[in-house]
Design a protein around this ligand. Structure first.
Ligand SMILES: Cc1cc2nc3c(=O)[nH]c(=O)nc-3n(C[C@H](O)[C@H](O)[C@H](O)COP(=O)(O)OP(=O)(O)OC[C@H]3O[C@@H](n4cnc5c(N)ncnc54)[C@H](O)[C@@H]3O)c2cc1C
Ligand code: FES
Length: 610
């Protein structure tokens, strides 16, 4: 349920968040405005001395008896300085002469006198104007209304009832501003002064939901233990086993730690590209015994079969009691290796090959398909520290990279072997794509790991650990189809070389997709392999229309493979597939193979998430 709430929380948060900003800003403005000024008290004349009421010549009872309308109330009243009776039927009111009971109209001269008696200040009144239509400044009032505007700084305006000459409203610019922000505050866009309007009810309900879902997400993202210092939490023992079942070591941790943290503190650094952020999916371990129910992050990165077998993300797996876990990687988890850069060669503008000579010879566990974790130190580089060959300078100058390229904290990044170690004379060969970060308006910083690699020069020292991963050539001689794109060339190339070097006789197909010829790495090398080995075929697929030419396949690599091989293959079920490339390509190819009936057990892939 959490990912669903997270998504909704984000979008409701965006909409309600805007209203929160409006609520806060309008509330602040209202609280800063002086109430007396809003109510026009500074232009209100002190109450005039009460005048003596003249002796009336006609009694109110006679007036009421003469009226054709039902009279509910009669009271004495002053129209400017004129004594009158004010009569009311509950809905409207009118004035009657105290001498003969005749009707007294409210004239422009009366209104001018009333306004002049009510106002103090240096403004001059304009002539009273009988409003043809009531505006929002006199909302809530009915009947004829006179308007008198004053020429002061506040644009004071008095509204006088055309029925009985009472002052209905005193408005000014401060009030107008207050009224505008109050409209925003109460979402009262129809200006009905209705605080129960549907908009505010919806926003209030949305805000309450946002707060409640925020509390839910808070507790779903953190464990209670994280708020208690480690020394106050009970100690737990974790026994760590290798994937082969052999015991590696026991480590001490505290209840509430994640397995990822507990192992890291004891020098067993699980592979990770996200530093324990539950987003890279590399820190998978298997719980021996009873595994806790999988979380949404587990389900996102681990398939159902492995979840059932107890595999979980270590960075999302709390230590609650003494327990046993299995990790892949064995000694590689705590062995830091050091190598010297032999060469850094630009294969395409944004794919670079690095050959590293390790200080200590590598063992047989460094197999094609495996990846290393390069230890990227904190650094501060200048843009010019990234050197490029002349023919790629234009590609790089079109990128907008900042002058300073900074990595504040050490991080680790995964890179696959791109040649078998034996073929590289015992060296490690990597192929790294540069991550420039999103370009354009919403620019993002360049990738930390790839920037570091691209700054390396022959003679530099690099630390790494590994090998890791379960992407490997399966035993047996089944026909093999490699489908890849981008930096996915790295492990596929190593696998193809390894198979051909070891004398594999099964048919091997390599379909590789790039945008254009300039971005396609190792084309000549693959063509040479295809000429040398009759069982190996190489197909370069280019997606950019301009590259369409003789002998080139145009389109998307999975579609081209489908058309050129899979659709007409007599026995697809006897093939093995090895996939590696950009996420979209990987997803499209996997769903194509699933549609064609190739079971998951025949499809191996590595997801670089780039
Ligand atoms: C098993 C495995 C094997 C791999 N093998 C290879 C390989 O052989 N070759 C290869 O090239 N790659 C490989 N990768 C990918 C590699 O590990 C890195 O993920 C990749 O190089 C990018 O890392 P980075 O440090 O350069 O970018 P990161 O710093 O991790 O950034 C990733 C992306 O996010 C952007 N970004 C950075 N900071 C921000 C921010 N603040 N806000 C928003 N966006 C931001 C960056 O611009 C970049 O595009 C592999 C990955 C895995 C999991
Ligand atoms: S460390 Fe990346 S998902 Fe666990």
């Amino acid at each position: 349920m959490t990912p669903w709430i997270q998504k909704l929380h984000k979008w409701v948060g965006l909409i309600i968040g805007l209203q929160f900003v409006i609520w806060a800003a309008s509330g602040l403005v209202m609280s800063l405005l002086d109430t007396a000024t809003v109510n026009n008290q500074h232009h209100l004349a002190p109450a005039a001395q009460a005048l003596p009421w003249p002796e009336a010549e006609i009694s109110p009872a006679v007036i009421v008896a003469r009226e054709s309308r039902p009279v509910q109330m009669v009271e004495t009243h002053w129209l400017a300085a004129e004594p009158v009776y004010r009569l009311s039927d509950g809905a409207s009111s009118w004035l009657a002469d105290i001498r003969d009971g005749s009707s007294v109209p409210v004239t422009a001269a009366d209104v001018a006198a009333i306004a002049a008696r009510d106002y103090v200040g240096d403004g001059r009144p304009a002539s009273p104007e009988l409003m043809q239509e009531n505006t929002w400044e006199v909302r809530g009032h009915t009947g004829p209304i006179w308007r008198v505007a004053f020429s002061d700084d506040d644009a004071t305006t008095l509204y006088v009832s055309g029925q009985d000459g009472t002052i209905l409203e005193r408005r000014n610019d401060t009030w107008r501003l207050f009224d505008f922000v109050m409209m925003l505050h109460f979402m009262d866009y129809t200006r009905q002064q209705d605080f129960n309007n549907p908009l505010i009810v919806m926003a209030g309900a949305g805000g309450l939901w946002l707060a409640l879902s925020g509390i839910w997400l808070f507790f779903a993202s953190f464990r209670l233990g994280e708020f208690i210092p480690a020394r106050w939490r009970p100690r737990r023992e974790l026994t760590v086993y290798g994937a082969d079942g052999g015991k590696l070591r026991s480590v001490e941790s505290h209840s509430g730690d994640t397995v990822y943290l507990a192992l890291g503190r004891n020098g067993l650094q699980l592979p990770s590209n996200c530093g324990g952020g539950q987003s890279c999916g590399l820190c998978v371990v298997r719980v021996r015994g009873h595994a806790p129910p999988p979380s949404s992050a587990d389900r996102m990165h681990i398939d159902a079969t492995r979840l059932r077998s107890g595999y979980r993300l270590a960075c999302n797996l709390p230590v609650t009691s003494d327990g046993q876990i299995e990790v892949a990687g064995g000694a590689a988890l705590w062995t830091e290796r050091v190598a010297t850069v032999v060469s850094a060669t630009a294969v395409t503008p944004f794919l670079r090959e690095f050959v590293l000579a390790p200080e200590v010879p590598l063992g047989p566990e460094f197999q094609p398909g495996a990846y290393l974790q390069v230890h990227v130190p904190g650094y501060r580089l200048q843009r010019n520290d990234l050197d490029h060959p002349e023919l790629h300078r234009q590609d790089w100058s079109s990128l907008s990279l900042p002058e300073n390229l900074v990595c504040k904290e050490p991080v680790r990044r995964s890179y696959s072997l791109s040649l078998p170690v034996e073929k590289a004379g015992g060296n490690v060969t990597l192929l790294a794509r540069f991550s420039p970060g999103r370009q354009g308006k919403k620019q993002q910083p360049a990738g930390k790991g790839s920037t570091y690699l691209y700054s390396l020069k022959p003679g530099d020292r690099v630390c790494f650990s590994g090998p890791f991963g379960d992407f490997a050539i399966k035993p047996g001689a089944k026909e093999k189809v490699f489908i890849g794109g981008g930096a996915g060339m790295a492990p596929l190339r190593a696998m193809v070389h390894s198979l051909l070097e070891s004398g594999a006789e099964e048919r091997i197909h390599f379909w590789y997709g790039a945008r254009n010829m300039r971005e396609a790495p190792y084309v000549e090398e693959m063509e040479a392999l295809a000429r040398k080995h009759a069982n190996f075929t190489w197909h370069l697929v280019l997606s950019e229309a301009a590259e369409h030419g003789a002998g080139l396949i145009r389109g998307l690599v999975h579609e081209a493979t489908d058309e050129g091989l899979l659709q007409n293959h007599p026995d697809l079920k006897s093939c093995e597939f090895y996939l590696c490339g950009p996420p979209a390509m990987l997803a499209a190819t996997r769903s194509l193979l699933a549609r064609l009936g190739s079971g998951e057990e025949h499809v191996a892939y590595d997801d670089f998430k780039i």
